[in-house]
Design a protein around this ligand. Structure first.
Ligand SMILES: Nc1ncnc2c1ncn2[C@@H]1O[C@H](COP(=O)(O)OP(=O)(O)OP(=O)(O)O)[C@@H](O)[C@H]1O
Ligand SMILES: [Mg+2]
Length: 313
């Protein structure tokens, strides 16, 4: 397996007049969890379909594990795990039977596959419903089964299109944990799409943000945050002991260098400023005889990314 597992070069897909994916270039390395983020209709699913060889690019290059798309699509579908946007299973078969079928398709020996199916169903939290027909599954249960279907295959590359869609908070935690394990323990390269930046960002090594078919940001969340914050303000959250704040303190804080605004809500203050003036704030609080319980810099970088790249495009 080459170091660069997924490679796109000016990849483009047009549906008639609509350019769904517009000259997308990026590279994803082995073992990396790459978050492919963007609002509805941005082109995420179309890109993944091209990388799985399920739809043909209009122009540009797509390569997975050294294989060229769409020509070597069969090879990629054999090695890659894929969670489609709308997971489909045999409705009148049970969860267990569906996964056993997947195991057989992937040439996993019968002796091994039964234990494996049981383990994987437990891992995604479907142990108790393994003998229930999938036609009677809820959206979230089907989604969990879709993840199980990818895990069974033990793929070296996985494309997960909105892996957390329709899943409850507990399930989201579970699924993100499983994806992280894939990368850490099996060195699986994972490309996952989502329109929920906040939900998936903590497991992604890097992200690409796509809007209207174009890549508008690409890199680690940390780097994107710094870029988005350039020229922006910081917010410092201050928690005082109850009833220890005073009008004089507010006035003092407002007069500190670079402070633009001080907002009070009960015994909590939020200070908007141009630079990190936490030491000065602490000093003023002590001088005014108030009691400081907690003070922290709000991590606004994600919010900035969200506003800048998602909402405005
Ligand atoms: N089969 C198709 N025929 C015509 N247009 C399509 C087709 N599939 C997608 N599109 C268009 O391509 C654009 C990108 O769609 P795509 O499904 O890739 O977005 P997405 O980022 O996956 O969105 P979502 O978050 O809603 O899943 C949209 O404008 C969509 O209307
Ligand atoms: Mg989609």
């Amino acid at each position: 397996m080459p170091d660069t597992v997924i490679e796109l070069d000016k990849l483009t897909k047009a549906y008639g007049e609509t350019i769904a994916v517009n000259e997308l270039s990026m590279q994803i390395e082995q073992g990396e969890i790459f978050g492919f983020l963007g609002p509805n209709g941005a082109g995420k699913t179309t890109t993944i379909l091209m990388l799985m060889g399920l739809t043909e690019p209009s122009s540009g290059i797509a390569k997975v594990a050294g294989y060229q798309l769409p020509r070597q699509g069969i090879k990629i579908r054999r090695l890659a795990g894929y969670l489609p946007e709308n997971v489909g299973f045999y409705d009148d078969m049970t969860a267990y039977q569906n996964l056993l079928y997947t195991a057989r398709l992937n040439s996993i020996p019968r002796g091994e596959s039964e234990n494996k199916v049981t383990d994987v169903l437990a891992a995604v939290g479907l142990k108790d419903v393994s003998d229930k027909k999938v036609g009677k599954f809820s959206k979230g249960m089907k989604q969990r089964l879709g993840i199980a279907d990818v895990l069974i295959k033990e793929p070296s590359v996985a494309f997960l299109d909105e892996p957390t869609a329709g899943v409850d908070p507990e399930g989201v935690k579970l699924i993100l944990g499983l994806i992280r394990n894939l990368s850490e323990e099996k060195k699986t390269t994972v490309m996952l799409s989502s329109h929920l930046l906040y939900q998936v960002q903590r497991i992604c090594h890097r992200v690409g943000i796509i809007a209207k078919g174009r890549l508008v940001a690409y890199g680690s969340i940390e780097r994107l945050g710094k870029e988005a914050l350039k020229g922006g303000d910081l917010t410092i959250e201050v928690q005082l002991a109850e009833k220890s704040e005073s009008r004089a303190l507010l006035e003092d804080l407002r007069s500190l260098p670079s402070v633009k605004d001080v907002h009070r809500s009960g015994s909590a203050l939020s200070v908007r400023c141009g630079e990190d003036v936490r030491p000065l704030i602490a000093k003023k609080i002590v001088e005014q005889g108030a009691q400081l319980l907690e003070m922290k810099l709000r991590d606004s970088s994600l919010e900035e990314i969200y506003t800048r790249y998602f909402r405005e495009t």
